[in-house]
Write a protein that binds this ligand. Structure first.
Ligand code: HAM
Length: 421
């Protein structure tokens, strides 16, 4: 036998029934985003490598270690997108989207690629649902996207998620903070790993991304951004927090949360869930007021976030089983004649928009009921010799166990009514 083909490390097939959760997540996101005035943008998976280096930051883990980059047949150095923001900003600038209405509210969904060490919740091909609100520098815009994300999470019946927020200061305010950080970490240089000693020279903020225990414990003692923010930034941060409170969004302020990408300033936030383990952040984002200018556009402030879909799906899978509603009908024909009758009925039900399933050959009642349960069907229609004689079927509700006899000609109408959610 030939060797079996296998998917690549860190890349996964998405199979039924999990794909139903993906559809639910995506359709819920589209519905909510549209209500908030966002429209979909679709951009290429491949971009010039310099877009990500310039956009995300040369000193970040993503650019230094995790890019899927290569030289194509024409000699261009290109990369698979590791995140969505840089590509959307490129499209915004290239298509002059800011000129049309001043404000652009965009969302996207799709695969991202990072060459990371795979582990629970961390993949090399993963998916994001992202949002970018471009053209306003306002804490109301920051609050709008955080509230929208919170509502999306709640609409998927996910409970107990936590939201951490921070304010990273304006670029000028951050310069002051970086000096304080530099002096703190320089005093402890010997305790830092080789990578962090390097980061100290380039961008001390990135030391907060290090996973090595000694660096992490040093980070916990490092000075926080609090105290480096100017009056205006503090006031904006208060408006942001006030807006969240009014919308019943609970949060905690974490002054050490710096996020792993270089483009953020002022508001930043992360959504976490304790049940996810080590990779507990299932969404993150923040304000990026200089990225559009840095990528060749006119100075345009912006804010956005991205949800890690695989992590959100894991949370959906953990929802209470009571939440898994039974739906549709399973048909069981106990002999050849009843089986044919059921196949005709199956088509009639499907034509009437009733989700209906059955086997392709006569099977025992026991194994058929087992399959109906596995498919999470709400009801079964059973036709045997007796029922054929009477021109009826036994209809059993698998949710409450109730059973009744229904005339064959009334079945489609009866289920047409029932199948309404
Ligand atoms: P990010 O924090 O790098 O932000 O990624 C957002 C989310 O993607 C994370 O919270 C996580 O759930 C998920 N994620 C990241 N890497 C992986 C991975 N290797 N495997 C599975 N899930 C992963 C961004 O990407 C920004 N572009 C978000 C943004 C949009 N900021 C402003 N606008």
């Amino acid at each position: 036998m030939e060797k079996k083909c296998q998917s690549l490390t860190g890349m996964k097939d998405r199979l039924p029934p999990e794909t139903a959760l993906w559809q639910e997540m995506e359709s819920q996101a589209r519905k909510i985003f549209h209500n908030y005035g966002f429209a979909e943008i679709r951009v290429p998976l491949l971009e010039d490598v310099s877009l990500f280096a310039r956009g995300i930051g040369e000193g970040t883990q993503v650019v230094q270690k995790e890019m899927y980059d290569f030289v194509d047949k024409g000699g261009d150095h290109i990369a698979l997108r590791p995140e969505g923001t840089a590509g959307v900003v490129r499209a915004f600038v290239e298509n002059s989207l800011g000129k049309q209405e001043g404000i652009a509210k965009l969302y996207y969904m799709g695969p991202m690629f990072r060459y990371e060490r795979p582990q629970k919740g961390r993949l090399r091909e993963f998916h994001q649902i992202g949002v970018e609100l471009m053209g306003v520098d306002s804490p109301h815009a920051d609050a709008e996207v955080v509230i929208m994300l919170d509502r999306l999470v709640r609409s998927l019946a996910i409970v107990d998620h936590e939201i951490e927020i921070n304010n990273l200061g304006t670029l000028t305010e951050r310069q002051g903070y970086l000096k304080t950080l530099l002096s703190f970490f320089s005093q402890h240089k010997n305790e830092l790993c080789a990578d962090c000693q390097n980061r100290l020279e380039k961008n001390p903020l990135r030391i907060f991304d290090c996973k090595i225990p000694t660096c992490r414990s040093l980070c916990r003692k490092a000075p926080a951004i609090t105290g480096h923010l100017g009056g205006e930034t503090e006031a904006e941060f208060s408006v942001f927090k006030e807006n969240l409170k009014k919308a019943n969004v609970s949060f905690t302020v974490n002054p050490y949360m710096v996020r792993g990408l270089d483009y953020y300033e002022k508001t930043s936030f992360e959504f976490t869930h304790a049940s996810l383990g080590a990779q507990n952040a299932f969404a993150g984002g923040g304000r990026y007021n200089h990225l559009i200018e840095e990528l060749g556009g006119e100075a345009t402030p912006a804010v956005g976030f991205a949800v890690g879909c695989e992590r959100l799906i894991a949370l959906m899978q953990a929802r209470a089983s009571a939440d898994k509603k039974r739906h549709g009908v399973y048909l069981i024909g106990l002999n050849e004649q009843a089986f044919s009758q059921c196949r005709y009925l199956l088509q009639d039900l499907r034509d009437a928009n009733v989700p209906a399933e059955m086997d392709f050959a006569v099977k025992s009642l026991k194994s058929s009921l087992r399959r109906a349960d596995k498919l999470h069907c709400r009801s079964v229609i059973i036709i045997g010799e007796e029922e054929l004689k009477k021109g009826s079927a036994v209809v059993k509700d698998l949710a409450d166990g109730q059973q009744q006899e229904v005339a064959l000609e009334s079945l489609v109408t009866c289920f047409g009514k029932r199948s309404k959610p």
